[in-house]
Design a protein around this ligand. Structure first.
Ligand SMILES: Nc1ncnc2c1ncn2[C@@H]1O[C@H](COP(=O)(O)OP(=O)(O)OP(=O)(O)O)[C@@H](O)[C@H]1O
Ligand SMILES: [Mg+2]
Length: 494
């Protein structure tokens, strides 16, 4: 009874520890690592943690069976030392005969783990592509794709399970054969007393059955080990790619400059090439350029989420790499290209886990983001519950909520990646006014395709094919930049 309570407790606390370890490692890893993970990876890994608990359960079964076997061996030493040697040797031989089977089981368990991860990825992509799948009427194709991954997973799992199931019958057959051979030998030699023979047989049979438990548990162990190994591999990778942290605590964000800044996702394909610029404190800087030019990449570098391949970003002359993360995070804000919300209230979503954001900060931010009116019309105002991924709000409302989230922390450096793409021209104009009101108080970098948003900037960086082709005021760009003039013409602004 003590054993049951202890092993259950141990198994569950191990599960909890593994889960914490997993989330801590993931949260501690760099943005580049997190961003590169396939969909559903974390769910798969959490599943592996549960499977990994099997290691512990098998291990306790091995200890229990081993102890019982030891007790029997002790008894049999008293009854007949010679028989003891025979029994111990038989259990040992049987164990080693099954060795190759165990290693095949382990190899197949590893393949099953990988197949399970593939299936999970396909499953989580399915849940995020529901709208498109229904629209394009491609449900059968999705069903086919899922069936393919599921079929592969069940195929490899069947192989692993069949092999695992083989262990008991193979062991039993071998054990009874050994027993018969032993008895035959005893009969040939001519054993004296029937009572001794009976005792030896009893001890042998019980020993072999504990030996069988030992086998099943060790098969359980080898088939759970690949789960833990896989989990461990990923944890080591997360740890090795931990987000870096500098030691220089910044007390304000002043000038932001790039010095020969270069970046490549893949070694031989530079995305940003030798960018050098200086953004003054409180300046509103626009970033324009064709799709794929490297604008969002520049933003990730400015936020300190990715390390430059060469060159540097400097904050008042301090390399961003050396800046203390906490002091930096409390001073910057970011509005992403696609606003993501989580299950919680409107207030939760604007506050975004920052305890320093007060209720009045929330109201101010919602006002600045031109969202207060709509929040007040929701059934519970700021306490209205938003479903998963913020369903219940429109695309434009989500985008303005994302802007309110950025403003609620009263940032000194605000970066916006196409913050007005989902907004009508009226809302866009209001957001433009909000940004204009931040001028000279907050340093703003704003990527926008809408030339009306861009034209209000103090200066504009033009990026074409990873190169900065201009950094000028709108007036100058109108006469010097071909890209800028063309963009203005296309949006009917000239
Ligand atoms: N995670 C990534 N891994 C590899 N390449 C990437 C990654 N993200 C972006 N790229 C590549 O880097 C280049 C620049 O991408 P980026 O997202 O910075 O462009 P962008 O200027 O923001 O474009 P858009 O206006 O369409 O948003 C593109 O060629 C893109 O394919
Ligand atoms: Mg982009």
């Amino acid at each position: 009874m003590w054993g049951v309570v202890t092993s259950t407790g141990l198994a569950l606390s191990t599960l909890a520890t593994l889960r914490t370890r997993l989330s801590d490692a993931f949260l501690g890893s760099s943005w580049a690592t997190q961003q590169g993970e396939p969909a559903g990876q974390l769910q798969s890994l959490a599943g592996l943690a549960s499977a990994g608990v099997g290691v512990l359960q098998s291990f306790s079964s091995i200890i229990a069976a081993g102890l019982n076997l030891a007790a029997l061996v002790a008894v049999s030493v008293v009854v007949d030392p010679f028989a003891t040697i025979v029994v111990v040797a038989a259990v040992g031989v049987l164990g080693s005969v099954l060795g190759p089977l165990r290693s095949r089981i382990r190899a197949h368990a590893k393949i099953t783990v990988d197949a399970g991860i593939q299936y999970n990825t396909a499953l989580s992509e399915l849940s995020s592509l529901g709208l498109e799948m229904q629209t394009y009427g491609v449900r059968p194709a999705f069903a086919h794709r899922l069936a393919h991954f599921s079929g592969h997973e069940t195929f490899v799992r069947r192989r692993a399970n069949v092999l695992q199931g083989m262990v008991t019958p193979v062991y039993t057959t071998l054990a009874y054969s050994a027993l018969l051979v032993g008895l035959g030998a005893a009969a040939l030699v001519g054993v004296g007393e029937l009572s001794t023979l009976g005792a030896v047989m009893l001890v042998m049979m019980r020993s072999l059955s504990y030996g069988q438990q030992l086998q099943s548990a060790s098969v359980g162990l080898v088939s759970s080990i690949p789960s833990i190994e896989r989990l461990d591999e990923v944890l080591i990778r997360y740890d090795a790619n931990a987000a870096t942290n500098g030691h220089v605590v910044v007390s304000s964000v002043g000038q932001v400059s790039a010095k020969a800044l270069a970046f490549a996702y893949l070694d031989d394909q530079p995305v940003l090439k030798e960018l050098t610029f200086l953004i003054k404190t409180g300046e509103v800087v626009g970033v324009v350029g064709p799709s794929g030019a490297g604008k969002s990449t520049l933003v990730q570098l400015l936020l300190g989420l990715r390390e430059p391949t060469s060159g540097a970003i400097e904050i008042d002359g301090i390399n961003l790499r050396d800046v203390d993360r906490a002091s930096w995070n409390s001073r910057v804000a970011f509005v992403a290209q696609d606003a993501t919300l989580f299950t919680g209230t409107v207030a939760d979503n604007i506050r975004f886990f920052r305890s320093t954001v007060s209720d009045s900060d929330l109201r101010d931010a919602a006002t600045q983001a031109n969202l207060l009116n709509e929040i007040e019309h929701l059934p519970d105002g700021f306490d209205t519950f938003l479903g998963e991924r913020g369903t219940r709000l429109s695309g434009g409302q989500r985008q303005r909520l994302s802007i309110a989230r950025a403003l609620a922390g009263r940032p000194e450096f605000l970066i916006l990646d196409e913050p007005t793409s989902a907004l009508d021209s009226h809302s866009e104009a209001l957001i433009r006014d909000t940004i204009a009101s931040l001028r000279s108080k907050v340093t703003v970098v704003i990527i926008a395709h809408r030339m009306s948003t861009i034209d209000m900037c103090d200066r504009i960086i033009v990026i074409e094919q990873g190169q900065m082709t201009a950094f000028e005021t709108p007036e100058v760009l109108r006469s010097t930049s071909g890209f800028y003039r063309l963009a203005l013409e296309r949006s009917g602004m000239t």
